[in-house]
Write a protein that binds this ligand. Structure first.
Ligand code: AMP
Ligand code: TRP
Length: 342
């Protein structure tokens, strides 16, 4: 009797994304990181082969305090999992555990031009604040290595990373053209909803984990009381209507947050709050924020307190990431003419 043909499991497109464990003065991840990135990363697990790194080598460019870097690297990994990234489905690892990232960055450094690195907005901005190190200059080349090593098809990032992604694409194309097809040329993917969560104190500025004003940012580890207080003190626009619009940046941001946290549209939220005042709106928004953040915080503490389990996840992630990254690195070495011993 004929056995039915073995159906090959369909190869799913590959996603790569990553976050730095520290930026500026440090602090943990924010609801901006969750809404703008992690929430989408979790969704993408359904249809893609996802690789999520914690890019600790990138963080070294601004000289974080070693103990803080160590702590925050593990915090970010735990927060990935607390947000819903399933290490059984997706690859979660620390960049410094996979030497191929630094090795591949070197290969790509030999392809990147001074000019294209010099024109990167992030480099220009950061080199004004810190005395410019070479690491900051080649930061986007290391980022390209992160992505290209996993042959990623799609890279979900915030708007601000578009330029870095363009460099990754150019480097991949240049390498492929010079030798032969080696790296997949990745596409940038910028999610529309929640692409920019703004500061609660200045709605023209992005909410950031390194904001000097702690009232501006809701951290994923904030208590319910802290969240309620920050929402209560959030700046609003003049007038008393709960309405969004270009002339109402503060309310637009708060209504978008309400929409994301309750799964409703901004229009539906405006309808819901028609004729109601700021106090009532803020109380409901605070409830919705707490309901969104609290389960994440709880899972985060549970994961962070089980050191052995987190270690095991990161060890397994590193092994698999090394296996996949080395396959690409070896291919690139060979094409470039580096000797491989039998
Ligand atoms: P960062 O915290 O700047 O290192 O960013 C890590 C990831 O979170 C990137 O994908 C950002 O685009 C995203 N992200 C950070 N802050 C926000 C924000 N305020 N709104 C939306 N996304 C954000
Ligand atoms: N530069 C990115 C940021 O600041 C972090 C990052 C490093 C990254 N390597 C990456 C993002 C690879 C996407 C893919 O947010």
């Amino acid at each position: 009797m004929n056995t039915p043909p073995q159906t090959q499991p369909q190869k799913r497109p590959i996603i790569f994304s990553a976050m730095q464990p520290t930026s500026g003065s440090g602090g943990g991840l924010t609801i901006g990181n969750y809404i703008g990135a992690l929430k989408n990363w979790v969704e993408l697990q359904k249809d893609y082969d996802c690789v999520y790194g914690v890019v600790d080598l990138h963080a070294l460019t601004i000289h974080p305090e070693p103990a803080a870097l160590r702590k925050q690297t593990l915090d970010v990994a735990a927060m990935y999992i607390a947000s819903g990234i399933d290490p059984e489905k997706s690859l979660v690892f620390l960049q410094s555990h996979v030497p191929a990232h630094a090795q591949c960055a070197w290969l790509l450094n030999c392809f990147a031009s001074m000019g294209e690195c010099q024109k990167m907005t992030q480099f220009k901005e950061k080199s004004e604040k810190h005395s410019a190190r070479v690491g900051l200059f080649t930061y986007p080349v290391l980022q390209a290595a992160d992505i290209l090593l996993y042959q990623a098809n799609l890279v979900p990032v915030g708007e601000d990373q578009k330029q870095h992604l363009e460099l990754s694409r150019n480097l991949a194309e240049r390498f492929n053209h010079h030798y032969s097809e080696t790296f997949t040329v990745p596409e940038v993917f910028i999610p529309k909803v929640g692409a920019r969560v703004m500061s609660l104190q200045d709605p023209t500025k992005k909410m950031s984990k390194s904001d000097e004003n702690p009232k501006a940012t809701i951290f994923l580890t904030d208590s319910a009381d802290e969240i309620r207080n920050k929402i209560k003190r959030a700046v609003t626009d003049s007038g008393s209507e709960i309405r969004s619009g270009d002339d109402r940046p503060a309310l637009t941001n708060l209504l978008e947050l309400y929409g994301v946290a309750t799964g409703t549209s901004v229009e539906a939220a405006e309808q819901h709050f028609l004729g109601k005042g700021y106090a009532e709106f803020k109380a409901e928004l605070a409830d919705a924020m707490v309901a969104m953040v609290e389960p994440i915080t709880k899972r985060f503490h549970a994961i962070r307190n089980d050191k052995a389990a987190l270690n095991a996840i990161l060890k397994k992630g590193a092994e698999e990431a090394n296996r996949r990254a080395m396959r690409t690195l070896r291919k690139a070495y060979k094409k470039m003419g580096l000797v491989e011993l039998e």
